[in-house]
Design a protein around this ligand. Structure first.
Ligand code: GLA
Ligand code: ZN
Length: 679
């Protein structure tokens, strides 16, 4: 199996983070200490220049690369490499002052002032020109520098702009998509409330002051914002590629699902990277659940390109922007960093290397604290992890092999959240996806998290909760997948609308899915918070919360029925054999263990097992990577208590080289990295 590297020029796990020497230009001692400390911490890759535009171009057309020249040279001389950023995430004051069009316009048409970051228009010709110019200069200057490993394009693209350029670009996007106004009027269902458009120029993006009642428009606006962001990013990439055609590019994505479709941004890059900031001891029931949520995102980002990705940012200890900023407990740092590697990351990168002295991120966790030396708990944990990562060269570039996929689509999440109905407070699409992911995670099942445009054919089990939006292409793919022997698990709200939010006619779920599932969903009941219904499945009673669908069987078999409310006796969980495959349907939101137990049953039926053969106590999980010959297994204890498991295989511990077989003990937060030949 061919290994896929982040960079063919550096086949090690990257370890390092955002480094801002531009903030310390008047402190040569700090800069030289940085180099000493980087080596001590086992750091080999620094992201430099992310917000350095004001330092690089202090006045229009006047450049000063001195700090960056020095950083590139110093890092290289100390054995490291540089992930060089383009600085478009924040502009210098002269730029906003001279060309106000570069600043964003809000949905209420108020113009933003200079300041903060990510406050730029993606359509402004001036902004695009100025960004391309500084990008070209960086690329031209450093194209042959041996430290240059890859490009970090901008920073966490997101947000939107409603200026005249963007509004016009939105109209062009719609013209490209619909070709005729009649087609748009139909898909947007504009006969409703006299919305019919007779000229493209009448269309204004959704706004608090104007349109907010046409879901299709809101969806198209989200898609347009993604499209325009990708278009802007592609222009940035083109500028650096003129000089560095073979240097890989990435942009640091976020898990957030409100703004843009991260899959589309990622698809336009060579390498996927993302920034992970979970809230431990936050709102989840416990940290084990939080950790499974992080794994979900690792799997999603890996699945965009099905190759190793980058954990581009994580905090060595705490954040500063959450309501409460807890410290990582001793041992947690290695666990979360190695968890990323277990799920396919070939990097452990931080925000940030050194705490800044002033401004808003001065109290954000960093490898180097204000005390400025290596004698801190956090530094020691980072350094000890650095030493561990240095032993993992054999894992770099290896693949994650999955028979199971969970389908989670950003666009579907938007469509459901824009739909007025059922329960409007929070439809909990993502929560539901996590509820379905957890049973896979805790059983140590490698899982891809895919979107609706992905290929389904290689999987044996696809779990697609709340798959509300089913365009005809997806309807066909799902039908074919099950017909050919795949197992599909779906839930309430499946197959209700097309890609523009228009309801499917002829009964839910959409078209062929009625045959695939062998059901018809006639109505959906919404429960108040704290209100529960009951269903009996396999002789056991389960509680239903939030949603209960009223299904009719059209060939499927009921595995359970409601035992309360006026729909007592109606099917609550169904299974249907279709072609060579099977389609399961859960009609209500499970407030307990049904999802877990049913998933366990389906996995067994599909013969899908973990790559680890021992039992996995609650909190202990196992995920694997492989090069085709060797299986690398990460056995992770996410619990705060010791755990014991056992294996019938003989593994070798990748770090110590010792043989491991029989009983295995794991300390709290411990990760064991094991390997065995499989071919
Ligand atoms: C984001 C940004 C970083 C930094 C961190 C702080 O991920 O990309 O520049 O602000 O948040 O957590
Ligand atoms: Zn704009």
């Amino acid at each position: 199996m061919e290994k896929k590297y982040i960079s063919d020029r550096f086949k090690h796990i990257l370890h390092g983070g955002d480094y801002n020497p531009d903030q310390w230009q008047d402190s040569p001692n700090v800069l030289s200490e940085d180099m000493r400390l980087m080596k001590l911490a086992g750091c080999n890759a620094m992201s430099v220049g992310i917000f350095a535009w004001a330092a690089l171009e202090p006045r229009e057309g006047e450049y000063d690369f001195s700090f960056l020249d020095k950083a590139m040279d110093d890092i290289y001389e100390n054995g490291g490499r540089v992930i060089l950023a383009t600085p478009s995430g924040a502009r210098p004051a002269w730029l906003s002052q001279k060309y106000p069009e570069v600043l964003r316009t809000n949905a209420d048409r108020s113009k933003r002032l200079h300041g903060s970051r990510h406050n730029h228009c993606f359509s402004s010709p001036v902004y695009r020109e100025k960004v391309a110019n500084i990008n070209r200069r960086l690329a031209e200057r450093y194209k042959d520098h041996p430290a240059l490993l890859m490009w970090h394009i901008s920073n966490e693209y997101g947000g939107e702009c409603h200026c005249e350029y963007c509004r016009e670009a939105f109209r062009s996007f719609l013209k490209d998509k619909y070709k005729t106004l009649d087609a748009l009027n139909h898909e947007w269902w504009t006969a409703f409330w006299a919305h019919t458009y007779t000229d493209w120029s009448q269309i204004e993006p959704p706004s608090t002051l104007g349109e907010s009642s046409v879901q299709a428009m809101k969806l198209d606006w989200r898609r347009f914002v993604t499209h325009q962001t990708v278009d802007f990013m592609k222009a940035e990439i083109a500028a650096v590629r003129e000089f560095t055609p073979t240097v890989p590019v990435t942009t640091n994505l976020m898990q957030q699902f409100g703004d843009t479709d991260a899959r589309e941004l990622g698809a336009a890059c060579d390498i996927i990277s993302w920034d992970s900031y979970p809230a431990w001891r936050g709102n989840d029931e416990n940290d084990i659940v939080t950790d499974a949520g992080v794994a979900f995102w690792h799997d999603l980002f890996r699945s965009i390109k099905h190759r190793p990705f980058m954990l581009m940012e994580s905090t060595p200890s705490h954040t500063n922007w959450k309501e409460y900023n807890k410290l990582k407990r001793p041992g947690q740092h290695a666990l979360y960093s190695l968890q990323a590697v277990a799920h396919g990351s070939d990097t452990v990168q931080y925000f940030q290397w050194r705490k800044s002295r002033g401004a808003t991120e001065q109290f954000h966790g960093a490898v180097v604290d204000h005390v400025g030396n290596e004698h801190t708990r956090v530094f020691r944990e980072v350094a000890s992890l650095g030493a561990r990562l240095a032993k993992l060269d054999a894992i770099v570039g290896t693949a994650t092999s999955c028979r199971t996929a969970l389908l989670y689509d950003y666009d579907n999440d938007w469509a459901l959240s824009y739909a007025a109905g059922f329960q409007n407070a929070d439809k909990k699409v993502f929560e539901t996806a996590k509820k379905h992911y957890f049973p896979l995670w805790k059983r140590g099942i490698n899982t891809d998290v895919i979107g609706r445009d992905d290929d389904l054919s290689g999987y044996d089990l696809i779990v697609a909760p709340m798959l509300y939006t089913v365009p005809s292409a997806l309807e066909d793919k799902l039908e074919e997948y099950v017909r050919n022997g795949g197992t599909l698990l779906c839930t309430y709200t499946t197959g209700m609308v097309n890609e523009n939010g228009l309801c499917h006619l002829g009964g839910f779920p959409a078209g062929k899915l009625k045959e695939v599932f062998g059901i018809w969903n006639e109505e959906i009941d919404t429960l108040y918070p704290g209100e529960f219904n009951t269903a009996e499945v396999g002789g056991k009673e389960y509680r239903a919360t939030d949603y209960c669908e009223l299904l009719h069987l059209r060939g499927a078999r009921a595995l359970g029925t409601y035992t309360s409310d006026f729909y007592t006796g109606m099917p609550a969980v169904t299974v249907n054999t279709y072609g060579k495959g099977k389609a399961y349907y859960i009609a209500f939101r499970d407030a307990g263990d049904l999802t877990d137990e049913l998933t366990g049953h389906i996995l067994e039926e599909c013969g899908i097992t973990s790559d680890f053969d021992g039992t996995l106590p609650y909190g202990v999980t196992a995920h694997s990577r492989t090069d085709g010959e060797t299986l690398f297994l990460f056995l992770e204890n996410h619990a705060t208590t010791p755990a014991v498991t056992q294996t019938a295989h003989t593994w070798h511990n990748v770090e110590s080289g010792e043989a491991v077989t029989g009983e295995i003990s794991l300390k709290p937060y411990e990760v064991l990295i094991l390997a065995r030949k499989v071919q």
